[in-house]
Design a protein around this ligand. Structure first.
Ligand SMILES: NC(=O)C1=CN([C@@H]2O[C@H](COP(=O)(O)OP(=O)(O)OC[C@H]3O[C@@H](n4cnc5c(N)ncnc54)[C@H](OP(=O)(O)O)[C@@H]3O)[C@@H](O)[C@H]2O)C=CC1
Ligand SMILES: CC(C)(CO)C(=O)C(=O)O
Length: 318
């Protein structure tokens, strides 16, 4: 492992599949990484973090700098938020506690406008960024993450003290640079809103259908009816994005569809939430895109039907 001299101090707020994977990769690249945990704190404090990666092989971080309270963490330059969107507002006090006054807070989550509920609770001096993770990871047990495929993180600026595009892109590049230094692909995105819509082209069909139909990607891609449904849902996301002024590149939905055919069989993170009776990220992945499209005069009936089915399931899944 390289020395951490002059490298930014990184805090992981919510060390699950995403927080654990990227945190371990950054720590192994020599960054000084501190992990905030909740239910898995004791296990990680005792045994460290283990990533079983189909891409990088088995990766262990032991000891891991684990904390059950942000009050015990050192002040960090970068905070990577790896909790689900459903806990964002409640995380603000921990983020503030662990942040240097000019820290950068990078929200590694799916969905639209996920930074908004945090922004109003954070001091103006903190930079807020969004990160779109193209990766297949899930928690296998306490401190144990399975990484099946992919890994890139695309980063964009949301809000904060950087006043012009140049200053914003410099911070975004710094964020992308952290991941690249750890051997992870990362692009600096000039338009976070567009990047969030683009990611939804995958999450809106697959996350929801995995829960509704109880099926992972391989069976979903093997059946003519689910394939037609996925393509129709993807087309609606592209339409919604366009209505909101965000252009999805032509052929992008087809590219994602074909990429999913080549991926190993995968259960999206929403299915894991359903299985473990955790709240589903319906607000971020469905309600906000639907509301944004509606406000722009665009109805998305298939997405709306999927959303209503999922709300029914979510309410009964306690
Ligand atoms: N998994 C994937 O492949 C991908 C996920 N995403 C997105 O990334 C985000 C994170 O997903 P994922 O990593 O799968 O989720 P996980 O459920 O694996 O991880 C969330 C973690 O946050 C922790 N947490 C929640 N609240 C707190 C708190 N108050 N204090 C400390 N820790 C807390 C949870 O702890 P506890 O155990 O106590 O609940 C858990 O460890 C989601 O928005 C998801 O949509 C994006 C791309 C791919
Ligand atoms: C689209 C996918 C599977 C990887 O590209 C992903 O990032 C997700 O589960 O949100």
């Amino acid at each position: 492992m390289m020395g951490a001299v002059n490298k930014p101090v990184v805090g992981i707020i919510g060390t699950g599949a995403i927080g654990g994977f990227y945190g371990v990769m950054l720590a192994r690249a020599g960054f000084d990484v501190h992990f905030l945990l909740r239910s898995e704190f004791s296990a990680v404090a005792e045994r460290g973090l283990q990533i079983n990666s189909a891409v990088h092989g088995p990766l262990t971080l032991h000891p891991a700098q684990a904390y059950s309270s942000a009050e015990d963490m050192p002040k960090c330059d970068w905070l990577l938020v790896g909790a689900k969107t459903t806990s964002n507002a409640g995380l603000a006090p921990s983020i503030i506690q662990a942040a240097k006054p000019d820290a950068k807070v990078l929200v590694l989550q799916n969905g639209l406008d996920v930074e908004d509920s945090l922004r109003e609770l954070l001091p103006e001096s903190l930079h807020l960024l969004g990160g779109l993770c193209l990766i297949c990871v899930h928690r296998e047990g306490p401190g144990l993450v399975t990484h099946q495929a992919l890994g890139a993180v695309n980063v964009g600026y949301h809000s904060g003290p950087a006043v012009d595009d140049g200053a914003r892109m410099a911070i975004v590049e710094e964020g992308s640079g952290l991941f690249r230094a750890a051997g992870i692909d990362s692009q600096a995105m000039p338009n976070l809103q567009q990047a969030r819509w683009q990611k939804l082209v995958w999450n809106i069909p697959y996350n929801g259908l995995s829960v509704l139909l109880g099926a992972s990607t391989t069976p979903l891609m093997a059946d003519a009816d689910s394939r037609a449904l996925i393509q129709a849902l993807m087309a609606e996301v592209v339409q919604g994005a366009k209505a909101c002024g965000q252009e999805i590149p032509p052929g992008y939905a087809d590219y994602l569809f074909m990429m999913t055919e080549k991926m190993p069989d995968y259960w999206p993170s929403m299915y894991h939430d359903f299985l473990h009776k955790r709240p589903l990220e319906l607000e971020a992945i469905y309600a906000r895109p639907l509301a944004a499209a509606k406000a722009a005069g665009c109805e998305l009936p298939r997405i709306e039907a999927l959303y209503r089915n999922l709300r029914f399931i979510d309410r009964r899944n306690v």
